[in-house]
Ligand binder design. Structure first.
Ligand code: 5GP
Ligand code: SF4
Ligand code: MG
Length: 471
């Protein structure tokens, strides 16, 4: 998972991009990068670390020009090194072009092999670089045409921002796995993985880029292309709603907060249990816990307090550090928990290691009973569309039943939201603005990590090699 942001036609393009990336920081903490264009030349600066660490005032000041794209990258199983940081920028026969990518191409390994046999030299191990090589080889005269030609050869999930000297192109794959939206600020166009970045810079939200759409912005304004003549079925990532996106974002036409609260309400209806308090695992479990408390009538309380000076613990690659990380991040409040029957709500359960630590912590602080409630179904399958979930063997629900997991986690009961419940909760939140679309509940989403039904097929054996180039 990554975050992308772009500005076209604003004197402070790099500053706005820096702010936009700050708002998207939750989508990637490993590296940050910005490419600017002054109309003649592109310049790229990429650094490891958080946005605030990567760019200081002097560096930002030196990034001059009215056009910019930026990227924050998520730590993955693949190489976490500077060559894999984005945007990627290349010079080729038609000038220079930069790309920022959120998603994952599932045929990147094959394409890369083919390109390398043909003489291409890669600078990174990232799948995103493949797109630039394909683009550079395309015969079309104009950049949007070259992009379309490249994208017709790749399969998988992508939301992309391209920047040339004087043109920006935003693209979403035909299934629309990953989000991307368009905004406006003082005559300039802005693009962002999530609308929350527009709130920060005071931009007006216009709309989302449609699945399979190429949005081109240049001196003539904004226009869109639809290179795919046969549309694919929409497959927006339901896990963006469950966990990834910030709750104050709007995506898929809906408020992410409203969806999470609905997930919690639905969870309370599916899995009630007598208790004294409902507590969230902060921050990601908060809206669902509020929904659970409202629906069940059990009072909401903050039984766990989170330190805001540590990032998401999941991103620590070393097992030992990750375990320690839970304590670094969360502490239990005895005042709230002592002698209580506690319902603890979290958005998802992946390995179960965090959950186990949390249950221990709650009991040590006096909780009499601990009932875990998860506002999504069991995570049984890895994601190949841009989210770095562990391999199957590390996903506890791929080999254990909820009752077995409850024993491992040492809670009194553990219940997950059903797949139907999850999809109904998403559908319950009316797309705003506009009328509720008439469609079959739960259609139009990817839910492969919960069901194993992958919308884009990949060749057997590709799975393991995919891990290495996943972006
Ligand atoms: P577990 O109990 O499986 O060790 O951890 C579950 C926690 O990890 C949940 O609080 C959930 O919010 C979080 N989580 C789920 N998926 C991801 C992910 O892909 N990245 C990160 N950073 N956290 C995740
Ligand atoms: Fe999202 Fe899961 Fe599909 Fe990946 S597999 S795109 S995380 S729903
Ligand atoms: Mg969490």
């Amino acid at each position: 998972m990554c975050g992308i942001f772009g500005v076209f036609g604003h004197p402070e393009a790099a500053n706005l991009t820096y702010l936009g990336l700050h708002a998207l920081q939750h989508r990637g903490q490993e590296s940050a990068g910005i490419t600017v264009s002054d109309g003649d030349r592109l310049r790229t600066e990429r650094r490891m670390g958080l946005v605030g660490e990567a760019f200081d005032r002097a560096l930002l000041r030196s990034l001059r020009g009215p056009y910019a794209v930026g990227h924050v990258r998520y730590s993955t199983a693949g190489d976490s090194s500077l060559p894999n940081a984005q945007p990627f920028c290349v010079e080729y026969a038609h000038g220079a072009v930069a790309v920022a990518h959120n998603g994952n191409l599932i045929n990147a390994v094959d394409l890369r092999k083919r390109l390398e046999l043909d003489g291409a030299i890669f600078q990174s191990t990232s799948d995103s670089e493949v797109i630039l090589h394909l683009l550079a080889r395309a015969r079309e005269l104009e950049l949007p045409g070259r992009i379309a030609s490249a994208l017709k050869q790749v399969e998988g999930a992508y939301s992309l921002l391209f920047l040339s000297e004087n043109q920006m192109v935003a693209a979403r794959d035909p299934r629309g796995f990953r989000p991307l939206c368009i905004g406006r600020i003082k005559g300039a166009f802005v693009f962002s993985s999530e609308s929350v970045a527009f709130d920060l810079i005071g931009a007006e939200f216009i709309r989302e880029v449609e699945p399979g759409e190429l949005v081109v912005v240049d001196g003539k304004g904004l226009h869109s292309l639809h290179p795919w003549t046969v549309p694919e079925e929409r497959r927006f990532c339901v896990f963006e709603h469950v966990y990834f996106a910030r709750p104050d974002s709007f995506m898929d036409g809906r408020s992410v907060y409203a969806v999470r609260e609905a997930l919690g309400r639905r969870l309370a209806r599916e899995h009630p249990v007598p208790a004294d308090i409902v507590i969230p695992v902060p921050d990601s479990g908060v809206p669902a816990a509020i929904g659970y408390a409202r629906e069940s009538g059990v009072p909401f309380a903050m039984g766990l307090v989170r330190s805001h000076y540590v990032g998401r613990t999941f991103i620590e690659p070393e097992e030992s550090i990750r375990h320690f990380g839970v304590k670094l991040k969360l502490n239990a409040v005895r005042q709230v928990l002592d002698g209580k029957r506690v319902i603890v709500v979290d958005d998802s359960l992946v390995r179960g290691t965090t959950a186990r630590k949390i249950v221990k912590m709650l009991r040590a602080a006096g909780a009499r009973e601990v009932h875990m409630r998860i506002s999504s179904p069991p995570t049984t399958h890895p994601c190949f569309y841009g989210i770095d979930t562990p391999t199957r063997s590390e996903l506890i629900a791929s080999s254990h039943t909820p009752d077995e997991i409850a024993r491992y986690v040492t809670c009194n009961t553990l219940k997950y939201l059903s797949r139907e419940g999850m999809m109904e909760a998403v559908d319950e939140v009316t797309p705003d603005p506009g009328p509720k679309r008439l469609r079959v509940i739960g259609q139009g989403y990817c839910d492969a990590c919960f069901t194993g039904r992958y919308p884009v097929e990949f060749a057997p054996g590709e799975m393991s090699s995919l891990r290495r180039v996943i972006n």
